[in-house]
Design a protein around this ligand. Structure first.
Ligand SMILES: NC(=O)C1=CN([C@@H]2O[C@H](COP(=O)(O)OP(=O)(O)OC[C@H]3O[C@@H](n4cnc5c(N)ncnc54)[C@H](OP(=O)(O)O)[C@@H]3O)[C@@H](O)[C@H]2O)C=CC1
Ligand SMILES: CC(=O)N[C@@H](CCC(=O)OP(=O)(O)O)C(=O)O
Length: 346
């Protein structure tokens, strides 16, 4: 496909993920933005809901229907869970669909039904190209499931140690703190400013958060051993960003040099995954607005655990940046087109 002729629609353009997809697409050299759609906000101007998207301010949000989405080369779905299947079924294979929702991420129907409580729609190539084996399946794909934000950073943080056989995948612990935009724009009582400001809280505790099985699915592809993860999300009073602390027991005799070598090797050729120099620690600010994942690895000698800290922008590499990266792979464009490794700081 010619770079300057990719016609793209975004469903859920009034939301956080859809807005971020549009922000990134405005910086993509090959894209022409077609339909932008919403639910209850259909009929409103995009500028009234997403004032930062200045070049699109006069666009009117259309209703989300198959007819509106058809006729584009690429459709991004940034809709609530459970909404994607109807469009996936009705849009032909001539349209590339990139789903930011969860509907097609999990391969096991029983696991899906346990955590989402609805019938399983199916599974599509999983949009985390940096995990071994995934990139080939994404190249030229017509349907792609964009990962969840916590699984993106947690899987990338733990994968090299597990793939290299340096850590025990049966005892993984992930505690990850997220900004509030991870929960979406729709008003929620626990996200009111007065509840969130000046406080950090845990939620989804005790193995009930739906991103636990997504992390297990990703890491299980790297080892023959059983993967178990204890995943605890935290909510912190900032708009964007995730900082994940991921730990696992090391195999006897593993040194910090072994660990660093595994991480350096795994991500040496990856444009968006950066192992920081020794002594530097990831921080959400440094990845704000960028498609980067920052990682640092340490060995806790007394506990005999590897500790990996990862930072990601939940709306960029955690959703919309990954979605654009996947579009590039699907269309055979250079993978980093329109995406930046440069954050906004301070
Ligand atoms: N926020 C994040 O960090 C991440 C989000 N995602 C996924 O992206 C998707 C969107 O999330 P997010 O942007 O945060 O959510 P928001 O609540 O911010 O946005 C939801 C969007 O969907 C639209 N919508 C809601 N209901 C319907 C409907 N019945 N039919 C058509 N459109 C509808 C809304 O339109 P209206 O304004 O009219 O209500 C809005 O545009 C979700 O599946 C989420 O899981 C994935 C990874 C991270
Ligand atoms: C802070 C916050 O609430 N975060 C969201 C995860 C956002 C995400 O990755 O979304 P999906 O998997 O739903 O696509 C949550 O924990 O539900």
């Amino acid at each position: 496909m010619h770079m300057s002729s990719i016609k793209v629609a975004v469903a859920g353009a009034s939301g956080y993920a859809g807005g971020e997809v549009l922000r990134l697409l405005l910086g993509h050299p090959g894209v022409q933005i077609g339909a932008v759609t919403a639910g209850a906000n259909a009929g409103e101007s995009l500028g009234s809901l997403q004032p930062h998207l200045v070049p699109l301010a006069d666009r009117i949000l259309e209703e989300t229907t198959t007819e509106v989405l058809a006729g584009h080369d690429v459709v991004f779905l940034a809709l609530p869970h459970g909404q994607s299947a109807q469009y996936a079924a009705e849009l032909g294979d001539d349209v590339v669909i990139i789903d930011c929702g969860a509907d097609y991420r999990l391969t096991d129907a029983a696991v899906w039904e346990k955590f989402y409580g609805t019938p399983h729609a199916g599974s599509w190539p999983y949009g985390l190209p940096e995990l071994p084996g995934n990139r080939a399946a994404l190249t030229g794909a017509r349907r792609i499931a964009v990962p969840g934000c916590y699984p993106t950073v947690s899987s990338l943080a733990l994968a090299p140690a597990i793939a290299a056989g340096l850590a025990d995948p049966g005892d993984l612990v992930v505690v990850a703190a997220s900004g509030t935009s991870g929960a979406g724009k729709a008003a929620k009582t626990h996200l009111l400013g007065s509840e969130v400001m000046g406080s950090v809280s845990a939620y989804g505790v005790g193995g009930v958060h739906r991103h636990g099985p997504e992390i297990v699915q990703n890491l299980s592809r790297l080892t023959d051993e059983v993967v178990r993860v204890s995943f605890t999300p935290l909510l912190v009073p900032m708009p964007r960003g995730i900082l994940a602390t991921c730990t696992a027991p090391v195999v006897d005799g593993t040194t910090l040099d072994d660990l660093r070598a595994a991480y350096e090797k795994a991500y040496a050729e990856e444009p968006f995954v950066h192992l920081l120099p020794a002594g530097q620690w990831p921080a959400t600010k440094a990845v704000h607005g960028s498609n980067s994942v920052h990682l640092q690895v340490a060995l806790d000698e007394a506990a005999q655990r590897v500790v990996v800290i990862g930072a990601v922008d939940n709306l960029a590499k955690g959703t919309a940046g990954a979605a654009v990266q996947c579009m590039n792979l699907a269309l055979g464009l250079p993978e980093a087109t329109g995406l930046s490794t440069v954050g906004v700081a301070p």
